[in-house]
Design a binder for this molecule. Sequence first.
Ligand code: AMP
Length: 125
Amino acid sequence: MTRNYDQNNIFARILRGEIPNNTVLETNHSLAFHDINPAAPVHVLLIPKGAYVTCDDFATHASADELVDFNRAIARVVELMGLTAGYRALTNAGRDGLQEVPHYHLHILGGRALGPILTKAAPLS
Ligand code: AMP
């Protein structure tokens, strides 16, 4: 997928301190904050601080330190948010994934039963 990074996307602006966020966790290479429009009682976004567009961009180009930091941060967010009954971690990428913000982010959702991951209303073509 393309990795043209838009330096003015909203998460880049959050990382530069131009826009406030409700921080859950900050580490050397990652930031987690509450989603502004939560889809569940717990809805945290975890982002790398580096300029990566999608999950595959991050997985391909991030350093080992960044990759470890991000994955450890997932576990810390789950613990901090008390998601003992389970959670869903998902990422949207590109046009078909309906990605709105072109800076890689992992949605971590929980706090209630979340239902099926995809609706089956639309037939596959
Ligand atoms: P996606 O469709 O996967 O790109 O998701 C983007 C997410 O970013 C949505 O769930 C938005 O509610 C969330 N979002 C957009 N702007 C902000 C913001 N300023 N602070 C926190 N979350 C935001």
